[in-house]
Design a protein around this ligand. Structure first.
Ligand code: MN
Length: 290
């Protein structure tokens, strides 16, 4: 197997607010296009940020999604959500919500009420995973992946662990079901520990340094809150923690289908986008109270 090398390392750009509760740096598409990052179409990263206490929870009110999945990874803080299928709940620290918007959903995302009253450090990733065309019109659903239920693979010598959110690591499988081959891992590495990752050459592969800094393939330093994109040149790479580190590792097989995207709708053709807006305007995504 040959080494998968780094194509580029991006620093976190100027943050912007999504609603009033998510202060994010956008890394996907970022300087790339959705096609280049296929099947990952969006990644917003709320780097560690302290929110003042608020009696009224901050967040994003009712809004639609159609044609893809939203994956919310809570590193610090808690998010409360509700959607038009009647589902809802709290994403606690360490948990992941994997929401399949598919044929259309309305939802809202806010800081959890009690957490909001106290405020504090908030850190989160929202990743959008595109759906293959044949699944874009399937029923919405969501998977609440609790940290305690996640598959974790211990590294030798107390080097830390690999938490498998989706896909697999060294033959161990994560619990999230996905519609195309995708690996989403949290590598929690102790200072000096090194882990090896395999990902087919043609997969889209990237990492985000959520905590600490790391050295990739023994040469490239990726600092905290930076995002590194890999070339499609090899199948294996290593990550070594320069200090205690948490690294989000993403890899996925490109869908290689046309993308027609506008705001919260990601379809295959312009006609489908027009239909998505019509459906939304006609209330076909259901109802959700503000
Ligand atoms: Mn949303």
């Amino acid at each position: 197997m040959s080494t998968k090398t780094i194509a580029g390392i991006s620093r976190p750009g100027t943050p912007h607010f999504v609603g009033d509760g998510f202060r994010v740096h956008n890394f996907i598409p970022g300087t790339s296009t959705m096609q280049e990052m296929d099947p990952f179409i969006m990644l917003d990263y709320n780097s560690r940020y302290s929110f003042a206490p608020s009696e009224i929870p901050r967040g994003v009110g009712v809004h639609p999604h159609k044609g893809f999945e939203t994956v919310t990874i809570a590193y610090r803080g808690k998010v409360e959500h509700a959607d038009s299928t009647g589902s809802g709940g709290v994403i606690n620290e360490g948990d992941v919500q994997w929401m399949t918007a598919a044929k259309g959903i309305l939802h809202k995302e806010f800081h959890e009420k009690e957490w909001s009253k106290k405020g504090g450090d908030f850190q989160m990733v929202q990743l959008w995973v595109n759906l293959p065309a044949r699944y874009k019109k399937s029923d919405p659903k969501y998977q609440n992946l609790r940290n305690t239920d996640m598959q974790k693979v211990a590294l030798p010598g107390n080097g830390g662990e690999i938490e498998i959110i989706a896909g697999e690591y060294n033959g161990h499988k994560g619990s999230a079901s996905t519609f195309s081959p995708i690996n989403v891992l949290n590598a929690k590495l102790k200072k000096g520990a090194e882990a090896t990752f395999n990902s087919p050459a043609h997969y889209t592969t990237a990492i985000l340094l959520v905590e600490g800094s790391a050295k990739v393939n023994g040469t490239d330093i990726v600092p905290q809150d930076h995002f590194a994109m890999f070339n499609r040149d090899g199948e294996t790479f290593t990550i070594e923690a320069v200090e205690d580190a948490v690294v989000l590792v993403l890899s996925g097989e490109p869908l290689q289908e046309p993308i027609a995207a506008h705001g919260p709708f990601v379809m295959n053709t312009r006609q489908e986008l027009v239909e998505a807006f019509d459906e939304f305007n006609q209330g076909k995504f259901g109802y959700l109270e503000d």
